[in-house]
Structure formats: C-alpha cells, structure tokens
Design a protein around this ligand. Structure first.
Ligand code: HEC
Length: 133
C-alpha cells in the first residue's frame, strides 16, 4: 500500500518513480510498439461494437461492416475501407468514434462515446500500420 502523503525517504523515492512513470505514459508513444490487434484492439471492438456489427445484426445489415475478424474490419463497409493503415486521422472508423462525422453515424450508434483511452488504443494501432498482430 503506497501512502502518497508520506515524508519518508522511501516514500519520496516511490513518488519520484510514480512521477517518472506518469511522464512516460503522457509521452504515450513510449509504449507504441505494444499495441496488438488481438490483445488490445479486438477486446475494445468486442465490448463496444460487435453486438451490432456481426452478420444478422443491425449495424452489419445496414453498412456491411463485419468486425468479427481482422479481415472483415479491413474490408470495411459496402462503401469501402474505414481504416487507412498508418493514418488514424484519415480513417473513417476513427472519425466515427471521435464524433467527427455526422452525428447520426457516431459510433457506437446511439450509445455513449467509448473511453478516450480505448479510442487511443485504436488510433495508435492504426498509426502503427493496422497490422494483424
Ligand atoms: C447499437 C448498435 C451499434 C453499435 C454498438 C455500433 N454500431 Fe456501427 N453502425 C450501426 C448502424 C445501425 C450502422 C448504419 C448506420 C447508417 O448507415 O445509418 C452502423 C454503421 C457503422 C459504420 C459505417 C458508417 C458509414 O458511414 O457508412 C462504421 C464504420 C461503424 N458503424 C463502426 C462502428 C464501431 C467502430 C463501433 C464500436 C465502437 C460501432 N460501429 C458500434 C450500429 C451500431
């Protein structure tokens, strides 16, 4: 148990360590190589998107987007790709989850926005090339 109000030497050392870690996390890309489709991205999609984006569900039937697999995600909708590997900002998927496109198609549809940390996982994965890793 760490007491943050501590004045002992050990306590100060721990606090300094926490500060360094916080700075590293703020820098973000220090952990950039760690984003994995299977371990990090897919769980976010499972939790927030798949209830509507599998065959038979509303989102899939309307848009053609099947997010149940890497291949389906990369294929995109019936209108085309939603991921531009290496460029999250140009990727339609990111625009939709950030609410930058028209409000009717903000995703998840008619539900609260997903957490920023989870949006950032997707952003970083796309910026790293959207690999099947
Ligand atoms: C509650 C159901 C639901 C959830 C959850 C949901 N979607 Fe959708 N999605 C839809 C529907 C319905 C459409 C079709 C919208 C339309 O064309 O009017 C759609 C369409 C889309 C499209 C295509 C939009 C276009 O412009 O053609 C993308 C991309 C998309 N969803 C991504 C996502 C992502 C990413 C998530 C998870 C973060 C998600 N959706 C979660 C229902 C959902």
């Amino acid at each position: 148990m760490i007491h943050f109000g501590t004045t002992t030497r050990a306590g100060r050392a721990v606090l300094a360590g926490v500060a360094v870690l916080a700075a590293v996390f703020a820098a973000g890309d220090a952990f950039a190589n760690d984003v994995s489709f299977k371990d990090h991205v897919m769980p976010v999609l499972e939790e927030n998107c798949l209830e509507c984006h599998l065959p038979g569900q509303d989102g899939y039937e309307k848009s053609g987007l099947n997010m149940g697999s890497y291949e389906g995600l990369m294929k995109g909708t019936k209108f085309g790709r939603i991921i531009e590997p290496g460029n999250a900002t140009l990727s339609n998927l990111v625009r939709l989850i950030e609410g930058l496109a028209s409000p009717e198609v903000r995703m998840p549809h008619n539900l609260p926005m997903i957490d920023k940390s989870k949006r950032n996982i997707i952003r970083r994965w796309i910026n790293q090339g959207a690999k099947n890793n």
